[in-house]
Design a protein around this ligand. Structure first.
Ligand SMILES: [Fe+2]
Length: 250
C-alpha cells in the first residue's frame, strides 16, 4: 500500500526520447565476430533493425582497434561493412570506421598509416578503463598534429579522471585542448555504475558533451536503449542543449 502511495505521489519524472532527433549513431560494435561486439550477421542485422525502429537515419559502426586484443585493420572491417550495406538495401545509411585504443601501436599507426575516420577527419579514440595514461596530452597533440579531430569515447567511464576532488576538471581540460567528448547512452541509466552516471550528468550540466551514441555491442544493449534510455531525463536535457553534433554527419 505504501509503495503504491509512493508511486502515485513521488513518481520519477520520465522523458520520452525521440531518437530521430539524434539521427546518427557514431559509436557501436556491429561488424560480426571481429571484436567484443556482435557475434553474428543475424545479431548485427537485428541491432540495425532496432536502430531503424528507433528512427535513426545513419549508423557509423566503430570496431575496436586494440593491439593486445583486436588487431583490426581496414581489411577486416570494410569488406564486412560492405556486405552489411548490401543486406540493408538502402533502408538505413551504414558505414564503418573504428574506435582506436590509445596504446603504443596507435601512436605508430598515427605516424605511418591513414586511419579510419567517422567522417572527414573525425577520429574516435579511447583510453584504458583501468589506468590513467601518462601521455594523455601527448596523444591528443599527436592526433591533432596529424590533422585529425579527436573525439574521446565515453569520457565518463574513466574513473581515474574524476576520482580526486577535482570532479570533471581533467575532462574539462581535455575538452579545452580541442577534444570532443562522446557520452554513452547506457551511462545515463547507470549501466556502468553510479560514478559513470554521475560524471555523464556533470558533463552534460557543464555543456561539455558534443556527441552521444549507443556503444551497442549486443541485443541486450539495444533492449536497454529501447526500454530505459528512451526515458532518460538527462538524455532529453542533452538533446535540448543544442550541443550535439550527431546530425552534422547526415
Ligand atoms: Fe566502443
Amino acid at each position: 500500500m505504501i509503495s503504491i502511495f509512493k508511486n502515485i505521489f513521488f513518481k520519477k519524472e520520465e522523458a520520452n526520447i525521440d531518437f530521430s532527433e539524434i539521427a546518427v549513431d557514431m559509436h557501436s560494435h556491429l561488424i560480426p565476430a571481429i571484436d567484443d561486439g556482435s557475434k553474428s550477421m543475424e545479431d548485427s542485422m537485428a541491432m540495425l533493425e532496432g536502430f531503424k525502429d528507433l528512427g535513426y537515419q545513419k549508423i557509423i559502426t566503430t570496431p575496436h582497434i586494440m593491439s593486445d586484443y583486436y588487431q583490426n585493420t581496414p581489411e577486416t572491417i570494410l569488406p564486412a561493412a560492405k556486405e552489411i550495406n548490401s543486406k540493408l538495401n538502402g533502408c538505413l545509411q551504414f558505414s564503418a570506421a573504428a574506435e582506436y585504443y590509445s596504446d603504443s601501436e596507435f601512436l605508430q599507426k598515427l605516424e605511418h598509416e591513414k586511419l579510419l575516420c567517422i567522417s572527414g577527419n573525425k577520429l574516435l579514440f579511447e583510453f584504458s578503463f583501468l589506468e590513467e595514461p601518462i601521455n594523455v596530452n601527448e596523444v591528443i597533440f599527436q592526433i591533432q598534429l596529424k590533422g585529425y579531430k579527436p573525439i574521446l569515447a565515453h569520457p565518463e567511464r574513466y574513473p581515474y579522471f574524476t576520482k580526486s576532488n577535482k570532479g570533471i576538471s581533467k575532462l574539462r581540460d581535455i575538452s579545452d585542448r580541442g577534444v570532443d567528448l562522446q557520452v554513452n547512452f547506457l551511462s545515463l541509466i547507470g549501466h556502468y555504475g553510479p560514478e559513470a552516471k554521475k560524471t555523464a550528468e556533470q558533463l552534460i550540466d557543464a555543456n561539455l558533451v558534443s556527441w552521444v551514441s549507443s556503444d551497442c555491442h549486443h541485443l541486450g544493449h539495444m533492449k536497454l536503449i529501447k526500454e530505459k534510455v528512451s526515458k532518460s531525463v538527462y538524455l532529453q536535457k542533452l538533446i535540448d542543449s543544442g550541443n550535439l553534433k550527431n546530425t552534422s554527419l547526415l
